[in-house]
Design a protein around this ligand. Sequence first.
Ligand code: SGN
Ligand code: CA
Length: 524
Amino acid sequence: MKAHFYFLKVIAFIALVATNCFAQEAPATKKPNIVFIMSDDHAYQAISAYGHGLNNTPNIDRIAKEGAIFKKGFVTNSICAPSRAVMLTGKHSHINGKIDNVHSFDWNQENFAKTLQANGYETAMIGKIHMDGLPQGFDYSMVLPGQGQYYNPDFIENGVTKRIEGYVTKITTDLAIGWLDQQRNPDKPFLLLYHQKAPHRTWMPEEKYLRLFEDSTFAPPANFFDDYVGREAAAHQEMSIDKDMDLAYDLKMLDKDGDIQTKYRDSAEAMHKRMSPEQRKAWDAYYDPIIKKFKADKLTGKELALWKFDRYMKDYLATIQSVDDGVGEMLDYLDKNGLADNTIVVYTSDQGFYLGEHGWFDKRFMYEESFRTPLLMRYPKEIKAGTVVEEMVQNLDFAPTFLDYAGAPISKEIQGESFRKLVGGTEKKWRDAIYYTYYEYPGEHKVKRHHGVRTDRYKLIHFYYDIDQWELYDLEKDPTEMNNVYGDSRYKKVQQQMHQKLKEARKKYKDSDEKDQQYINAGK
Ligand code: SGN
Ligand code: CA
């Protein structure tokens, strides 16, 4: 009798182990889940896996270590809402219609979340989306209105606005993991868009990270004091750390006496008021002594510019630490719940960002730092740990790539290409040129309208509208794009070839001077 009972116990134990194994190890045919992590304005220079040595992002780096790092990830239009529209639709801005942050996005058009939904996926979008209207294609949406707030943000849950106390990056992570843990249907594969606001302007760190870079001093890149010779459009922007950063708003010099009166002081005050008394106390305890020293030091000229750069970097990088923490929490959650193996994890940003290159903050230009964007990806079933991808992929490629992994149909109208085989190591043939467009001019930061084409070695850019300027760069000889060789006789042949590439790209992607003019007219 006793032996029989023991036997039953053993059987029960084996059954339990087997069930657990099945719960954890999905069969090979099971559709993969997708966790698509996107942050806002996260420069690849500020991810330690890219090797720039500015900060440590161990959790984001883990995705590269266990999967792939893309050395040449690019966007097609380096600004927030247009980038997201390209990511969702797999179509360039002039086709999906969301050319800038001002025009509205038509949610009625097809997007890859809708296609996944129709193919058995449960879908959620959590965090920053920066587009008006109820997101379509999502069973659940919990998004920030517009740019969102760092402290005590409002969120719109399936169309209904509510305020949540706390720090936005942490809240977004909690909501994303909360949806995975408690809300989703465990019988369906899922798509989770987990999209952070940070490290977007005005770079407000979480209380616990205010002092993270207290003991560091950041030296700017070599071309910080750029004179823009030969680059007229670059000379006319308003995104200079020295000239355009606001002392009270961007650099937090919101003094109690009100001596520091700046253009955006009111906005700085509003952000400060939004904090709870405890949050404000931690904030002031950190910044007040810095403000005091700043007023006493009375810096001018280059010294002041370098001080601004250092302050900018301290705050910007501190906001990234909370993003990295969130990635760590997400990866841990997937591990603990047996989901890591069957889940594609992507980390990217809506575009790159200037960390002092050419003297700038912000993005928009087709120059490398904003044209490029970080891209790391893990999917143990198909991607070998430690993969490095050198080919040029774009945010245009996300939609077809995810649809490909999910075995869902890829509409012929999608302009991007699936990079599943490329990252999986079975595809050797890839595109040799990528196309770029930028439209938000006249507008904030005054970056002129332009478009261009990039190959592995060269880049051709045309600035138009109230200017007619061509730029050509030899990225091998001039990786920081200081020397415009357009018109240089030594590059005559290259210039001709690049013009041809641009013509081909515009044809391929159905762009034209008429389209440009149509969008100029729409802005009038
Ligand atoms: C805001 C920022 C700009 C930034 C745009 C676009 N100003 O308008 O500095 O370029 O967003 O950024 S702020 O005073 O509101 O911070 S994007 O990432 O959303 O495209
Ligand atoms: Ca952005």
